[in-house]
Ligand binder design. Structure first.
Ligand SMILES: [Zn+2]
Ligand SMILES: [Zn+2]
Length: 479
């Protein structure tokens, strides 16, 4: 009898665990909540074999509200699956920036490396060209100060006096090597993700870092290769031009004695011949990356300290946040002092990608109300620290109040501008494209389902999910 009841419990728990996995995968928030209320320990369930937890599934599918719920239910945010991947890595692989934002708000560890290739979340975001994810990952390393751009280029004298900025830590992080000495820049260059490369270069990625022969990787380009060798193999002219403009050498030879031009020839990239043959007479001036976001660190800190999900509606007598028109203003843009709620400011800093006008500090974000260049946000004086409230309105999102959400013509251009990036469909990574990392193997049917679902969460894939090895096999086929 005792034995049977133990078995019964264990089966029951396993069944509930599988139900939670399904809910996390399908984005069924109500079911996930009900299951966790019934048994909070289910949050720590992991599937047999691949050891993916519900957190992995919800992160890989972009269900950021469930990610939030699971973390609050006590699951270890840095939990690994059998490949050593964390939820953060999976969100970065599939480009779910809202999940990345949520995980960063809860201070997920960005330094963890997987067991397959020694890659970090940054490598996976760069590999797949998810520039928004790259920006969010580096939140805590890019200070909300106007001199940042000059400091990165060694043109500022203030460096020692900035407490939030450690240039060498940022450089170390951006240039971290996976197995074979491959950096995030190599991966973005090989796969033709020029926007991602642009941001990485602005944040200190080195164009002269070369790969190594460590016996752990099948290297078809050769050890000792620079990002330009990789871009030459990948065949993206824009990537080659950006790297050359940032000082990459055309004469650098890898350990096979190949220059980037020779690599391009061996992969039949004839169109690169002109670009890689002669060093340009003058260096092309490249504008700062539109994905740099200086105010992100300041708003992230405020959100971590004072909360970001408050559902307190603004009393009728107080002006609500002009973006969502319902929550109380909690932060003010420094400079113009326009006020917003923390969540709208977070979205603004995470989604904005407009090129800064040259006269403004690079990386500043135009205020939606007056176009003033916002470099940081400050908490509104007098606001007491918010306690996180019971999660009664989890599905509330910025776009719920946007007039464009129902397809009708927008009468508030500013809100539309903020919401627009969230309406793109989540791109579905090609099946079998996760050869760089295991990913979540059994999620494909759900991906299909989610792509059809109208109530999909607003996460956005920013590019094609294509792995290094996938790219290489494609290259090999065509040559
Ligand atoms: Zn708001
Ligand atoms: Zn303003």
């Amino acid at each position: 009898m005792g034995f049977l009841s133990i078995m019964g419990n264990s089966f029951g728990c396993s069944a509930s665990g599988e139900r939670l996995v399904s809910a996390a995968r399908d984005g069924d928030l109500q079911e996930a909540k009900a299951l966790l209320e019934y048994n909070p320990r289910l949050a720590r369930y992991s599937t047999f074999g691949v050891r993916n937890s519900p957190l992995h599934y919800s992160a890989a599918q972009g269900h950021h509200e469930i990610v939030s719920l699971l973390i609050e239910s006590g699951v270890d945010i840095n939990l690994r699956n059998i490949s050593g991947q964390t939820a953060l890595m999976q969100a970065c692989q599939y480009g779910h920036w809202e999940v990345v934002q949520t995980l960063m708000l809860f201070k997920a560890n960005i330094h963890r490396t997987d067991y397959l290739n020694g890659g970090t979340a940054l490598h996976l975001a760069a590999l797949n060209g998810h520039t928004r994810c790259v920006r969010l990952l580096l939140t805590d390393y890019v200070p909300s100060i106007p001199e940042f751009w000059n400091m990165m280029r060694g043109k500022s004298t203030h460096e020692s006096s900035i407490p939030d900025f450690d240039k060498s830590s940022l450089s170390k992080l951006v240039n971290q090597k996976a197995d074979g000495g491959i950096t995030a820049l190599h991966m973005a260059a090989l796969n033709g993700h020029a926007e991602t490369m642009h941001l990485l270069l602005d944040l200190g990625a080195s164009v002269s870092q070369v790969t190594v022969e460590d016996g752990s990787t099948i290297d078809l380009i050769g050890a000792g290769s620079s990002p330009l060798h990789y871009a030459s193999c990948g065949g993206s002219a824009v990537c080659c031009e950006v790297l050359i403009a940032r000082g990459a050498s055309l004469d650098a030879e890898n350990s096979n004695g190949w220059t980037p031009l020779m690599v391009a020839r061996s992969w039949h990239r004839n169109w690169l011949e002109g670009i890689l043959s002669n060093q340009p007479d003058h260096r092309v001036k490249i504008l700062p990356s539109p994905y740099m976001s200086l105010p992100l660190m300041s708003i992230m800190r405020i959100a971590r300290e004072f909360g970001w999900r408050s559902t307190i509606q603004s009393p009728a007598c107080i002006d609500p946040c002009v973006v969502c028109l319902e929550r109380r203003c909690t932060v003010a843009a420094e400079g113009c002092n326009h006020e917003f709620c923390t969540r709208c400011a977070l979205y603004l800093c995470s989604t904005n990608s407009t090129s800064t006008i040259l006269s403004l500090p690079p990386g500043s974000i135009p205020c939606p109300l007056c176009r003033h260049a916002i470099v940081s946000f400050a908490k509104i004086p007098g606001m007491s620290p918010m306690r996180e409230l019971p999660r009664t309105s989890l599905s509330l999102s910025l776009c719920a109040t946007c007039p464009a959400a129902d397809g009708s013509d927008s009468t508030t251009p500013m809100a539309t501008q903020l919401c627009k990036p969230d309406f793109h469909c989540t791109r579905i990574p090609p099946l079998g494209s996760s050869s760089f990392c295991m990913g979540v193997p059994e999620t494909s049917s759900c991906l299909m389902r989610c792509s059809r679902s109208l109530r999909r969460s607003a996460s956005q894939g920013e590019g094609r999910g294509r792995s290094c090895l996938f790219a290489l096999s494609h290259i090999a086929d065509s040559s």
